[in-house]
Design a protein around this ligand. Structure first.
Ligand code: PGA
Length: 291
């Protein structure tokens, strides 16, 4: 008896598209319960990059000595045994911890990120760090344009843009932070501010090697989380302004073990950038292992 199965080799382009369209409703259902986030639905996306990466990052800011870093790892790594493979886990410690983490994380699934990078490869820039210094020790990601850099250290959309391009030139994946202050939100300027940050920040930036973090400044370190549905709305707006809709977009600002499940249940949110709650092994482990 002849098999009814169709040989993929014999498919014409038209029948391939027809099959994809046929599968679309089932794909939508699977998407809702899936652990990975699908890109906005279109046959084009299905045939190119059907999923967006999930990136869970800990931003340690100016916390942890090397000894404290080793303590953290002892408590944290055992919690990753059952963490779904497709979740990218990232630690962004102070520069002095990068080297020791690079050694300790060798062979583990945790990736290393820095908190800043200069746009020159070397030079007389006291207090800065260059991309080749980061890549040499195994750093893969770098946070760029965090609101604390913008607020306290004079970072502008223009310097953010320079740093993004330098990171990419050296194969680092930048995590671009955008977000509004409380005052800007109250004045109804959230959308226009974010649009400006994206327009200026992303000039000549490769959107195939990029993560964006939406971090409303009023929610950072305050315990005042942005409603998950509101974060989802702003992130949808950000995505609508990108050339590549598959760029992973994180939420950041008072992410905690008790709100992570609701945040990650939002369809547009592809991960989180976590400050305070990434400093304790159990709390960051609960975030990484969200339900
Ligand atoms: P928070 O910080 O989680 O402590 O609010 C987030 C961030 O600044 O990235």
């Amino acid at each position: 008896m002849k098999s009814a199965s169709i040989s993929v080799r014999n498919l014409t382009t038209a029948s391939y598209v027809a099959i994809l369209c046929h599968l679309l409703p089932a794909y939508r259902v699977i998407r809702k319960s899936s652990r990975v986030k699908s890109a906005s639905i279109s046959v084009r996306n299905l045939t190119t990059s059907p999923v967006r990466k999930i990136v869970i990052a800990g931003n340690w800011k100016m916390f942890k000595t090397q000894a404290e870093t080793q303590d953290f790892l002892r408590g944290f790594l055992p919690h990753l045994d059952n963490t779904p493979e497709e979740r990218e886990i990232l630690l962004c410690p102070p520069f002095t911890d990068l080297s020791i983490l690079s050694q300790s994380l060798h062979g583990s699934r945790v990736q290393l990120g820095a908190q800043n990078v200069h746009w020159e490869d070397s030079g007389a820039y006291t207090g800065e760090i260059a991309a080749p210094m980061l890549t040499e020790i195994g750093v893969r990601y770098v946070i760029v344009g965090h609101s604390e850099r913008r607020q306290y250290f004079g970072e502008t959309d223009e310097t953010v843009n320079l740093r993004l391009k330098a990171a990419q030139k050296h194969g680092l994946t930048p995590v671009l932070c955008v977000g509004e202050t409380k005052q800007q939100r109250d004045l109804g300027q959230t959308e226009s501010l974010i649009t400006t940050q994206l327009e200026n920040g992303l000039v000549n930036v490769d959107q195939d090697n990029l993560v964006i973090a939406y971090e409303p400044i009023w929610a950072i370190g305050t315990g005042d989380t942005c409603e998950a549905t509101e974060a989802n709305r702003v992130i949808r707006l950000i995505r609508s302004q990108l050339k590549n809709p598959n760029v992973p977009i994180q939420y950041g600002g008072s992410v905690k073990p008790n709100n992570i499940d609701e945040i990650m249940a939002q369809p547009e949110i592809d991960g989180v950038l976590v400050g305070g709650a990434s400093l304790e092994p159990e709390s960051f482990a609960r975030i990484v292992n969200y339900q």
